[in-house]
Design a protein around this ligand. Structure first.
Ligand code: GLC
Length: 561
C-alpha cells in the first residue's frame, strides 16, 4: 500500500542550505576504492570526549580530540547516532534523522566536525538506523493519533492482536516474535483503549517501532535521509541491523522450534528476506551519484555465506565480518570461521571487513580471559586483524587495551539490561584521557565536570591515553605502529585488494592466514612456543623471545622467504 501522506524528512530543506564540505584526502588505496584498505575508528560520541562538562561526550569534545584520532593513522571515523533521540537505546531510537540532538551539540558543530576531520585526512561515516525509529518520531506519533486503518499506520506494522477469548479481543500479541532485548516484540498502540486494539511491532525496545519497508513511502523517506547527509559531504553510512528491514509477508508465527533467546538470529522471518537487497541496490546507485562515491557498510549479522550476498557488486561496499566476535581463543574455530569467510569472498567478490570489538560486544581483553593474559591476546588479535586482507574497524578504546567494565547494577542504562538481563554498558564507559582524575580523567574538558553518564571504575586512569602516549611498550604505541606499517605495506604493493585469505590450523595451535605466497599472518593460540614457517618477521605484537619461534599469545606478520 502506498500512503498518500508525505514521508519526507522534516529537515530536507536544510540540505541545500548547508555548505558541502569538500573531501580532499589522499587515500592509501586506489582513489576510487579507498575503503578496500581502510581502517575506520568507531567513535561512540557519548563516551569519547565531553566538551561541555555535562558528563556526556559530545561533538565539541570530539572536535577537540580529532588530532588524537588522526595521530593513530586510521583512515576515518564511524560515529554512532547523535541525531535527536529520547536516548532509550543510546541514540539508536532516532526521532529526527536529519538533526543533531542538543545533548551532543548543533548542526553547526557537526559541520565544523566534518570540515575538521576532512582537513586532517579523516573520512566521516555516520550511522543510519532504517529498521526502526523512535516512538517519539513525528511519523509514529501521527500514526498513533490517526488510529486503526489509517494510511499513517501503514508506515509501521500495526496489527490487530489475537484474543484469548471472545470477551477479551486483541489481548494477546499478533504473533510469537520475540524482541532482541527480551520479551514480546509487540506493544499495544493505545493501552486500555476499547476502540484502538492494534499492536505495533518493535524488534528492539517498545520505544523503537519498526518501519514497514513493504510500504514504498518508507524507501522514499530514507532516500531523503541519505541525500541529506551525502549532500553535506558525509563520506558514507554504517547501516544498522541491515538484514532485518523486511519481515516475512503476513507476519506469520515463527516456527515453534526456533529458540527465542536472540530474536533476530533465531527467527528467520524477521531477517534476511530477499526483498531487502533491492534497498541496498537503490542506495548504492544513490551513493554513486556523488563524487567521491559514498560508502555503505552494513551491520549484517548473518552467517558468512548469507552476509556476503549483501556485498555483491551492486549492493553495499562492506559488511562487518563478525565471525571472530563469537569465538574464544580457539585456533581451530578461527581457522574454520576464516575459511568460511574466504569461501564467501570467492563466491561474491568482496573481501571481509574485520571487526573484533564494537559498542555492543564485550571487549576483547575480557573476552579472551581478562588480566594480563587477556590483554596479551587482545593485542595479538588486533595485530592479526590489521594484517588480514580486507578493511578493518576498531572501536574506541580497543587501541588502549581497555577491558570490559563491570558497571554497578544501579548504574546500568542499557535497555537490554532491563528487558533481557544482559548489559552492553561495560564496553561503553567513557575513555580515560589522563591519569589525573580531574575532569573525569580528562574526559570532561568543559567548565564543570558533572560525573560521567556511566561511572569510571577504580584504576581507570591506569589506562590513560596521555600516559600510553609516553610509553613505547603501551597498547596505544603498538596499535599506532601496526597501523603505520599496514599503511606502508599497502603503499608499496605488498598488500593488495586482490589478496586471498588462506587459513590453516598448524601444529601447536598456530593459526595462519596466508594473504599471498609472499605474506602470512600467524597467531600462537596454544600453550607452548611454536616454530614459525620460514620468513622475515616484519611485525610482532610482542618482541620475539627466540628467533623463528612464537610464544603463546603473540602474533606476527611474516614475509615469506
Ligand atoms: C545495532 C546497534 C545496537 C542497537 C541495535 C538497535 O545492533 O549496534 O547498539 O541497540 O542495533 O538499533
Amino acid at each position: 500500500m502506498t500512503t498518500p501522506i508525505s514521508a519526507q524528512p522534516a529537515h530536507d530543506d536544510r540540505a541545500s542550505a548547508a555548505a558541502a564540505s569538500p573531501v580532499v584526502l589522499s587515500p592509501a588505496g586506489p582513489a576510487d576504492h579507498w575503503w578496500q584498505s581502510a581502517v575506520i575508528y568507531e567513535v561512540y560520541p557519548r563516551s569519547f570526549a565531553d566538551g561541555d562538562g555535562d558528563g556526556v561526550g559530545d561533538l565539541a569534545g570530539l572536535i577537540h580530540r580529532l588530532p588524537y584520532i588522526a595521530s593513530l593513522g586510521v583512515d576515518g571515523i564511524w560515529m554512532t547516532p547523535f541525531q535527536p533521540s529520547p536516548q532509550v537505546d543510546q541514540g539508536y531510537d532516532v526521532s529526527d534523522y536529519c538533526g543533531v540532538d542538543p545533548l551532543f551539540g548543533s548542526m553547526a558543530d557537526f559541520e565544523r566536525l566534518l570540515a575538521g576531520a576532512h582537513a586532517l585526512g579523516l573520512r566521516v561515516l555516520l550511522d543510519v538506523v532504517p529498521n526502526h525509529c523512535s516512538s517519539r518520531h513525528p511519523l509514529f506519533q501521527a500514526a498513533l493519533a490517526a488510529g486503526p486503518g489509517s494510511p499513517e499506520r501503514g508506515l509501521f506494522h500495526f496489527v490487530e492482536g489475537r484474543s484469548s477469548s471472545p470477551e477479551h479481543p486483541s489481548d494477546l500479541p499478533p504473533n510469537n516474535w520475540q524482541s532482541v532485548f527480551g520479551g514480546t516484540a509487540w506493544s499495544r498502540a493505545n493501552p486500555g483503549s476499547e476502540t484502538d486494539t492494534e499492536w505495533y511491532l518493535h524488534l528492539f525496545s517498545a520505544g523503537q517501532p519498526d518501519w514497514n519497508w513493504r510500504n514504498p513511502a518508507v524507501g522514499d523517506y530514507f532516500d531523503g535521509v541519505l541525500r541529506f547527509w551525502f549532500d553535506k559531504g558525509v563520506d558514507g553510512l554504517r547501516i544498522d541491523v541491515a538484514h532485518a528491514l523486511f519481515k516475512a509477508d503476513g507476519l506469520p508465527d515463527a516456527p515453534s522450534e526456533s529458540p527465542v533467546v536472540d530474536g533476530l538470529r533465531s527467527n528467520p522471518l524477521v531477517s534476511d528476506q530477499e526483498e531487502v537487497h533491492e534497498v541496498y541496490r537503490r542506495w548504492r546507485r544513490l551513493a554513486e551519484k556523488y563524487q567521491p562515491h559514498r560508502l555503505l557498510v552494513g551491520e549484517v549479522n548473518l552467517e558468512p555465506s548469507r552476509a556476503a550476498r549483501y556485498t555483491r557488486a551492486d549492493e553495499m561496499h562492506q559488511a562487518f565480518a563478525f565471525a571472530f566476535v563469537k569465538l574464544g581463543w580457539d585456533a581451530a574455530a578461527w581457522a574454520q570461521a576464516g575459511s568460511e569467510l574466504e569461501e564467501a569472498r570467492l563466491l561474491h567478490g568482496a573481501a571481509p571487513t574485520w571487526a573484533l570489538e564494537n559498542h555492543d560486544i564485550v571487549r576483547t581483553v575480557t573476552r579472551f580471559g581478562g588480566g594480563d593474559q587477556g590483554a596479551r591476546r587482545a593485542r595479538a588479535a588486533l595485530a592479526a586483524l590489521l594484517g588480514l586482507p580486507g578493511a578493518a574497524y576498531i572501536y574506541q578504546g580497543q587501541e588502549l587495551g581497555l577491558p570490559e567494565v563491570d558497571v554497578p547494577v544501579e548504574a546500568r542504562v542499557d535497555p537490554m539490561w532491563a528487558r533481557g538481563g544482559v548489559t552492553r554498558d561495560g564496553s561503553r564507559v567513557p575513555l580515560p584521557w589522563t591519569e589525573d582524575p580531574a575532569g573525569n580523567h580528562g574526559f570532561s574538558t568543559g567548565p564543570t565536570a558533572t560525573p560521567p553518564w556511566l561511572p569510571l571504575p577504580d584504576g581507570w586512569g591506569d589506562n590513560a591515553i596521555e600516559s600510553q602516549q609516553q610509553d613505547p611498550g603501551s597498547a596505544l604505541a603498538f596499535a599506532a605502529r601496526a597501523l603505520a606499517l599496514r599503511r606502508q605495506l599497502w603503499a608499496d604493493g605488498t598488500f593488495t585488494a586482490d589478496d586471498a585469505g588462506t587459513w590453516r590450523l598448524r601444529a601447536g595451535n598456530l593459526l595462519t592466514c596466508e594473504r599471498s605466497p609472499r605474506f602470512l599472518v600467524a597467531v600462537a593460540m596454544g600453550s607452548e612456543p611454536v616454530e614459525l614457517p620460514p620468513g622475515v618477521v616484519l611485525f610482532s605484537a610482542f618482541p620475539l623471545e627466540q628467533e623463528g619461534w612464537l610464544q603463546p599469545d603473540n602474533a606476527v606478520w611474516l614475509r615469506r622467504s
